[in-house]
Design a binder for this molecule. Structure first.
Ligand SMILES: [Zn+2]
Length: 378
């Protein structure tokens, strides 16, 4: 079954300059053809989009969707002046451990559907609210039902009352063994109060030995070893990158490691935003993601993150949209999403707007009108 989408006012492909008066032909779950509307081949079905903008579906490369409970009171307290420390993760761990599989599955699925409705066609999901062998493994089992981009984050925080070194041994030993069958990636929260560089190295190296790709939570609240360790170990992405030294920026610029910026976290913790301009000007590949989680960034909206990146982080609208699509794909080491070209996955969105500029120009407005995911109109 093939589908012709035409009357496209602006087509962003991330595979060359934007096209006007363009058309896309989809065959099954793949893009079959892209070019000028006048030359489009025939298809089984045609959808005209009335001059709207069309772009790749968003690639959200950082989300924590398997959890129970919410932390709205903590958010309210923070807005009233209390600082964010990351300690609230333990609150979610308690609720998550107490929840049934069905409760966790239903909540995670609801968030995936919510994100997809807003244009996210690829989403990464981390564990990290179980922090025991069984609870981490079931979190990843549930995540794997919803996405192929699953990340083992047993090293999110040391559970209350547990010796940190003993916990690191558990994470890189039995917990990793139980989780690796359901995980594509391994991640560590490297931060004061979470894990230090040496603990992170042990866990990441153990994960790599099991065949998992590497990603890290790095330099979110303070400067530290996270970014440099990510680059040294060849991680796909260093996420947050809010507090960077010049050597961190240099390391990223000379590497294949993407800097994934998560402005929803700075928004929701009322913290200074990362300096996207400094990274882009140094030649670093930048991704934008939601960090959707119940504590520090409870948004599933990539469009909101684009608007924040433009308004607060001095990215141009084109840079922000690129970071939310192609950047996310790079952060997941994918070349079949975040781009529209023949052979790529048929994941695209149609805006209720004539250009991508509107994603930042009209913040908070639900501009994603139509989502095509795996070639299927949602
Ligand atoms: Zn995170």
């Amino acid at each position: 079954m093939s589908l012709l989408i035409d009357n496209i006012g602006e087509l962003l492909t991330n595979d060359g300059p934007p096209l006007t008066d363009a058309a896309v032909v989809v065959d099954g779950d793949r893009i079959a053809w892209i070019g000028p509307a006048a030359q489009a081949p025939a298809a089984d079905r045609r959808v005209g989009v009335d001059g709207a903008a069309v772009l790749p579906g968003f690639v959200d490369s950082h989300a924590h969707l398997v959890f129970a409970g919410d932390r709205a009171p903590e958010f309210a307290a923070r807005m009233a002046g209390e600082p964010y420390t990351g300690g609230g993760i333990r609150t979610t761990v308690e609720a998550t451990r107490a929840a049934t599989d069905d409760e966790l599955r239903a909540k995670a699925k609801k968030l995936v559907v919510e994100a997809r409705r807003q244009g996210t066609t690829t989403i990464e999901i981390k564990s990290g609210y179980g922090l025991s062998v069984d609870d981490e493994a079931r979190s990843l089992r549930i995540a794997r039902e919803l996405t192929e981009e699953t990340t083992f984050l047993g090293a999110h925080v040391v559970p209350a009352g547990v010796d940190p070194d003993a916990y690191v041994d558990l994470v890189r030993g039995p917990m990793l063994a139980a989780c690796a069958p359901y995980a594509k990636w391994v991640d560590v929260f490297i931060e004061r109060g979470a894990f230090d560089g040496e603990q992170a190295r042990e866990i990441l190296v153990a994960g790599a030995k099991r065949g998992l790709g590497l990603r890290v939570h790095a330099n979110q609240l303070t400067e530290g070893p996270g970014v440099r360790l990510a680059v040294e170990l060849g991680a796909a992405s260093a996420d947050h990158c809010t507090h960077l030294s010049d050597s961190d920026v240099d390391a990223l610029a000379g590497s294949e490691t993407v800097a994934t910026l998560l402005p929803g976290a700075e928004f929701s913790t009322r913290s200074p935003y990362p300096d996207a301009r400094r990274l882009l000007d140094a030649g670093v590949t930048v991704a934008l993601a939601t960090d959707c989680n119940p504590g520090s960034s409870y948004t599933s909206s990539m469009a909101f993150c684009i608007a924040l990146a433009v308004r607060e982080m001095r990215m141009t609208p084109a840079e922000a949209v690129h970071a939310a699509t192609a950047g996310g794909a790079r952060a997941l080491r994918r070349d079949d999403v975040g781009v529209l070209r023949a052979g790529a996955r048929a994941d695209l969105i149609v805006l209720d707007a004539p250009s991508h500029l509107h994603l930042a120009y009209r913040p908070g407005v639900p501009l994603v009108k139509t989502v095509l995911h795996d070639g299927v109109l949602q």
